[in-house]
Design a protein around this ligand. Sequence first.
Ligand SMILES: Cc1cc2nc3c(=O)[nH]c(=O)nc-3n(C[C@H](O)[C@H](O)[C@H](O)COP(=O)(O)OP(=O)(O)OC[C@H]3O[C@@H](n4cnc5c(N)ncnc54)[C@H](O)[C@@H]3O)c2cc1C
Length: 344
Amino acid sequence: METILLLAHTETDGTLSKAGRETLAAALALSGDLSGAPVIVGLVSAGDAQAAADSIAGCGAAGFLAVTGPDFETARYATDAAAAEALARAAEATLVLAPATSRWARCLPGVAQRMNGRVDTHATAVTVEAGAPAVTRWYYRQRIEGQSQRVQRPWFILLEPGTTQACECAPGHAVIESVAVDVGDRMRRTSFCGWRAPRTDQQTIRPEAELLLVAGAGWTKKQADGQTHPADAERLILGFLDRTQASLGGSKSLVDLSGEGQAVLPFMTHLNQVGQTGSTPRHPKGLATCCHGEEPHVVGWRFIQQRRAVNLDPSCGWARGKADVLYVADAFAVMEELNKLLAR
Ligand SMILES: Cc1cc2nc3c(=O)[nH]c(=O)nc-3n(C[C@H](O)[C@H](O)[C@H](O)COP(=O)(O)OP(=O)(O)OC[C@H]3O[C@@H](n4cnc5c(N)ncnc54)[C@H](O)[C@@H]3O)c2cc1C
């Protein structure tokens, strides 16, 4: 019989993140498919973890474990790894599911190594095949989907956020069993000293947004009047993002231009790039503008559910082939009009 441990860290306000609830839903579904294999919730928290545990008290977990204390407030390899190991041992877990947050992604491969287990990252589903757990993930920059099973235990699985619906289990009172971790001075050698982040009005990547706006290099190309219009492009794109709170993706051609320091869309960085050598975000809707490339259309928005594109070129094969709707139009004019409508 497998024992499933759901690993999650609480947020700074003591709650459980959406990604944590999604992974909990996956763990519960897996438990059902494994004839009721017990699910144990393991929380890591700077506080007492009670609010997070109470918020999912009705999930049907066989138990709640927690590693708590100020040492676990911020991400740190040594303490996060020690907490995960202690929870996995206390639960006697054979399967450990965790959301693929940067915090868990950094330390769980090391924990798997310490426990002589195995780890799979970037999982998009955990199902049961022939009576045993199986992990689904994408290979070759999201072009090939594969499924694998392992006999080695414990098996750590990092589930990508956005691949399952979050658990809507009833709140209540959860009884938490505390798990001790001996944090020595060596573990504290790395300490958190502060945040350095872009100003929030420059933060254009919003993983939770309803819509992904993809900007292509066409925004920086000479237009019908023989001139480029980067200032208009900036105003239109940022204006649209401001009004819709959409997330901003860019084609490689566009973000490469910005990286060279040319007088083009300075707010685009390589972090915005979608595609084969960029990211493959998961948003319900996508709108590609001034974008022709195969990689942004085929790979970059592979997981976008409704896709539309605006391109001057009616023969743009990738926009035609991969968008549900292609508007053959000038994106400058379309976005100007859209922003006017949104401003109302
Ligand atoms: C190994 C490899 C990996 C790669 N990985 C990636 C990747 O991860 N992501 C990625 O994006 N690319 C990637 N590329 C590059 C990719 O092949 C394309 O070169 C790139 O995506 C093209 O970018 P673009 O569509 O923005 O620019 P362009 O090909 O220059 O297209 C610009 C488009 O804008 C349109 N346009 C111009 N003005 C307007 C207007 N006013 N209104 C509407 N439309 C207008 C034009 O009709 C044209 O279709 C990769 C290439 C290689 C070889």
